[in-house]
Design a protein around this ligand. Structure first.
Ligand code: SF4
Length: 303
């Protein structure tokens, strides 16, 4: 039973130590079509529970082995907020974590539960998934447990945002034909304008999914990113960037592109050829472009 995995290195979170709160089997209130774990019956409470002591001991010994961890990331073979001792576990981690930050990756289905909110308030960063703005989409794509309602999730996120002072990241996974329509994105956009999260990460399927569902291309992700209001910090978090070939952009085209959608350094590397990247740097020196940092991700915007 492996409670600890990694450390995994990522640009956004540095060196992250993964903590699996459900190491024995998949325990989730969703059964997403894109899940990389085998399909499993949904549940609203874990029936296979590891003790707080066992998890804390595993984290302590991993921190001893790797003394340069940036984040302790709570996740699960399933949904980590269903772990019944989450609040107690976070309290325990906070006694020994020192300057290491804590983060949870959750599907947000329980975010309308005040007890879950109270536990998450004690974390340094929170990342909530929101693939769908409509109930129809949630049931089809995320195959949620009965009784889970997307309107409660959205209201719960707003309540939590009002109480939480750390970075709140929203993750949207786009799946071909399931949540990539302009209507669905427009509804997500309307909601996210109200929520005002720290950052919105959009991505697609990067690993083999449980069901026969398809990713979208990087170009589609880019097009979808343009459908969001340009005031929202949308970050394209996808390995699919590697699949596109860079193009040449004039100064005007660069400014036009950045006025529609701020891009990250990673986007610029993927989309712009070497000459165009130099033009970006020139425009930056001339202060026609500026950079804005949002929770570890630097965006290039038209000044
Ligand atoms: S929420 Fe995560 S673990 Fe649960 S089914 Fe969806 S992808 Fe799998």
């Amino acid at each position: 039973m492996n409670i600890i995995f990694g450390p995994i290195h990522s640009r956004r979170f540095g060196k992250s130590l993964g903590v699996d709160l459900s190491p024995g089997k998949k325990q989730c209130n969703f059964d997403c079509l894109y899940c990389e774990l085998d399909p499993a019956k949904t549940m609203d409470a874990y029936d296979d529970v590891v003790s707080v002591e066992e998890i804390a001991t595993a984290i302590k010994s991993a921190l001893k082995e790797h003394n340069d961890i940036d984040f302790i990331t709570l996740t699960a073979n399933g949904e980590p907020t269903l772990y019944p001792h989450l609040s107690k576990l976070i309290d325990e981690i906070n006694t020994f974590k020192g300057t290491t930050k804590t983060l949870i990756l959750t599907n947000a289905a329980t975010i309308d539960d005040v007890k879950v909110q109270d536990a998450l308030l004690k974390l340094d960063e929170v990342k909530l998934s929101l693939d769908c703005a409509t109930q129809k989409c949630l049931q089809k794509l995320d195959r949620s447990h009965s009784g889970i309602n997307v309107e409660n999730i959205k209201a719960g996120m707003l309540d939590f945002k009002a109480r939480y002072h750390g970075p709140l990241i929203i993750e949207i996974l786009i799946v071909k034909t399931l949540n990539d329509s302009e209507e669905e994105i427009a509804k997500l956009n309307d909601y996210l304008l109200k929520l005002q999260p720290t950052r919105i990460d959009i991505g697609t399927i990067d690993r083999p999914p449980a069901f026969d569902v398809k990713p979208v291309s990087y170009e589609t992700l880019l097009k979808i990113s343009h459908l969001f209001d340009s005031s929202l910090p949308v970050y394209i978090a996808s390995r699919k960037k590697a699949e596109i070939s860079a193009s040449s952009y004039s100064d005007e085209e660069i400014l036009e592109t950045l006025s529609k959608r701020p891009l990250t350094a990673e986007d610029i590397e993927a989309l712009f050829d070497k000459y165009s990247q130099n033009r970006v740097q020139n425009l930056l020196r001339k202060e026609k472009i500026k950079t804005v940092s949002t929770n570890g991700v630097e965006f290039y915007k038209k000044a």
